[in-house]
Design a protein around this ligand. Structure first.
Ligand code: ADP
Ligand code: MG
Length: 205
């Protein structure tokens, strides 16, 4: 569904060039749970943003065989619209009030419907982002460290949802449950590239 061909990304900051990705090639063709790990600053978020079309590669191509509306995101900065209320952040995709209310119940945000997203705590914002991903009923989930800041109840909901999810999940995470229970393909970032890790997982973490 996503084919990356020699995708490179550099950022220019003042006179410095930072290499984030160096000719990454991979075909995410079968459904399953793809887990991306690696040190902080290794390029994980950049890769996910490029897959999701939020950033453009400096060179190389990303071929997508999926409609943008079928992709749900939980990004590191939540990707919420700060000036909109909790309810507005969920309702702009045309879901019914009942669907929205049951999602708010699931992620424990009842009573916060009219709070602006920018006024939520980190954990609440993350729960809203998770709620939106669940609500969307997507084919592809792109998740950037979705379990950071998440309370145990929402974590459980997210895990159950991911467990039963039928499409493609590409997630950046160091969550042990993902690694032990959900992961089909593990990547480790090394030298601005992803490498499939086939060894025992325990020697990785
Ligand atoms: P990770 O998610 O693995 O922590 P990132 O993909 O966020 O890493 O970042 C990879 C590298 O690119 C880092 O060195 C980071 O500082 C740099 N980088 C990321 N985004 C930007 C940006 N918008 N401008 C400049 N440098 C950036
Ligand atoms: Mg990141």
């Amino acid at each position: 569904m996503f084919i990356l061909k020699q995708v490179s990304k550099q950022y220019k900051v003042k006179k410095q060039t930072i290499k984030a990705l160096e000719e990454v090639s991979y075909s995410f063709s079968s459904t399953g749970f793809y887990l991306i790990t690696g040190k902080s600053g290794s390029g994980k978020s950049t890769l996910l943003n490029i897959i999701g079309g939020l950033e453009k590669p400096s060179s190389g191509q990303v071929e997508k065989k999926v409609d943008r509306k079928d992709i749900a995101y939980v990004f590191q900065d939540y990707n919420l619209i700060g000036d909109w209320t909790v309810k507005e952040n969920l309702s702009f995709m045309g879901f019914s009030n009942d669907q929205i209310i049951s999602t708010l119940q699931e992620v424990n945000l009842v009573g916060k419907e009219d709070t602006k997203a920018s006024m939520l705590s980190g954990g609440e914002a993350k729960r809203l982002a998770v709620g939106r991903a669940i609500l969307k009923g997507s084919v592809v989930l792109l998740l950037d460290e979705p379990t950071n800041d998440l309370d145990i109840t929402t974590l459980q909901i997210l895990e159950d949802y991911l467990d039963s999810f039928q499409g493609i999940i590409i997630t950046v995470s160091h969550d042990r449950y993902f690694l032990d229970r959900l992961c089909d393909t593990l990547f480790v970032f090394s030298h601005q590239q992803i490498q499939v890790h086939n060894g025992g997982y325990s020697d990785y973490i």
